[in-house]
Design a protein around this ligand. Structure first.
Ligand code: UDX
Length: 438
């Protein structure tokens, strides 16, 4: 099928390349000329496993092209809207200007029988504001939310765990078209759920609200564990064995970040308030507050471990991305912790396998280095993103290079006993300090 993908960021670039990989003829369109230039040469503007390979294959096959010109969408019969919906400046609501702009620019090029497919995460009630303009061109509108996780984006796109189509009443035509687009995924077992627009929009935000709530729940238990002597990691294992609860997304630590969960719960709260149902999701404000408190707690732990002040102390901050296998630092708790410690006068040296360039663009005041540079002579080591290379650090070897063997495991990802046995003072979140220092 001939497909256009409007917006080539974290979502659109992966979507375009994945659709080309399953045999479609795809044009990716974005207003950012540098991004289009890189993508056209097969270079991925983001760090995402498997994406570079898919881009090169797609471009070589001739099935994947990129352009800054919306007129190039004219030949396509399906048009995916994959632009961002960031948090509005100074408010919790979603900024819909990119979505509105994409529709305004695309609509003149639509022809009879085209299907416009919204993938961006939008407040409930957005699709309905665009349907008249699309239908006036004889085209159809569908809302088809995306559930991909960064780091697994290609896998999640090619074989999603569910496909949700929000369609206008009785629009079988669009359902058939989307079934054709996603034939490979459907054949390999991805279930399809057809809904109205509002349900499809809500599925996305409620899924993210649920995940955020689950993480803040376990982080709230970590707060209780900290004052009672309990261990939140064992608590998570124990309650996670109940398959009504499940162990996934029960990792207590510095909390959630990224381009989705934080802004999506805030936008959901703002939208519910607009709808006069603020009280229905008022708990999401608490979810957000618990999450933000964890960053403060990490800074507090580092301060406590350093005897009450971080001033002039060298702190190695391991990790800047909001999670491993990503270079994304949007609302990253790791970067936030580095910035806060630096602001308190610590000599922070921050490192990350992939996210230094993005961090430096936002916070040029921080000192960045390699893992070795960060660890050399450190008074404390803080692990804030659970990259495999940090989990695999040898505590005995690292002990040799630091000044003081203090480690703050802000992701509870290290083997606490192994670090304590190697002579470290180990402090996790929601667990007791283990003092292995002689
Ligand atoms: C999320 C949703 O998972 C995805 O379905 C949606 O499409 C977009 O938002 P993503 O932002 O890529 O995906 O990251 P995710 O893997 O969900 O992690 C979000 C944050 O929660 C990360 O900062 C992660 O470190 C944190 N997290 C996750 C925890 O703190 N504890 C956990 O147990 C799980």
């Amino acid at each position: 099928m001939k497909i256009s993908v409007i917006g080539c960021g974290y979502l659109g670039s992966v979507h375009a390349a994945s659709l080309a990989s399953v045999g479609h003829d795809v044009i990716g369109i974005d207003v950012d000329a540098d991004k289009i230039d890189a993508l056209s040469q097969g270079r991925s503007p983001i760090f995402e496993p498997d994406l570079p390979e898919l881009l090169s294959e797609g471009i070589a096959s001739g099935r994947l092209r990129f352009s800054t010109n919306m007129a190039d969408a004219r030949d396509a019969e399906l048009h995916f809207i994959a632009v961002g919906t960031p948090q509005s400046a100074g408010a919790g609501s979603a900024d819909l200007s990119y979505v509105d702009g994409a529709f305004d620019d695309l609509v003149p090029y639509l022809t009879e029988g085209d299907v416009v497919v919204g993938k961006s995460t939008v407040p409930v009630g957005t699709a309905v504001t665009h349907v008249a303009d699309v239908e006036a061109r004889g085209a159809h509108l569908v809302w088809n939310p995306e559930f991909l996780r960064e780091g697994f984006a290609v896998k999640d796109t090619i074989r999603p765990d569910r496909l949700v189509y929000g369609v206008a009443y009785g629009d079988e035509y669009s359902v058939q078209k989307l079934n054709e687009v996603y034939a490979t995924a459907i054949e390999s077992g991805s279930p399809v759920i057809v809904t109205d627009f509002a349900t499809a929009e809500l599925v996305k935000v409620s899924a993210n609200a649920f995940l955020a709530t689950k993480i803040s729940f376990i982080n709230a238990m970590a707060e209780i564990a900290e004052v009672t002597g309990a261990d939140v990691t064992k608590l998570a294992d124990a309650i996670g064995h109940d398959n009504r609860i499940g162990r996934k997304f029960l990792n207590a630590g510095v909390g959630f970040g990224g381009g989705c969960l934080p802004k999506d719960i805030r936008a959901f709260t703002a939208r519910a308030e607009e709808l006069g149902r603020g009280e229905s999701v008022a708990f999401l404000k608490e979810v957000d507050a618990i999450n933000l408190r964890r960053r403060e707690r990490v800074v507090e732990l580092v301060t406590e471990e350093l005897g009450g002040s971080v001033f002039q102390k060298k702190v190695a901050v391991l990790g800047l991305a909001f999670k491993p296998n990503s270079d994304d630092v949007r609302d990253s708790p790791a970067l936030d912790v580095a910035v806060r410690l630096n602001g308190l006068g610590a000599k922070v040296v921050a490192t990350d396998p992939e996210a230094i360039a993005n961090s430096r663009a936002l916070h040029p005041q921080l000192v960045y280095g390699t893992t070795d540079e960060a660890l050399a002579g450190a008074d404390a080591v803080v692990v804030v993103t659970e990259w495999p290379e940090y989990k695999q650090l040898d505590p005995a070897a690292v002990h040799e290079v630091v000044r003081t063997p203090i480690v703050i495991d802000a992701r509870n990802c290290l083997d606490a006993d192994a670090w304590a046995d190697a002579g470290w003072e180990y402090a996790g979140l929601g667990r007791q300090v283990k003092n292995g220092r002689a």
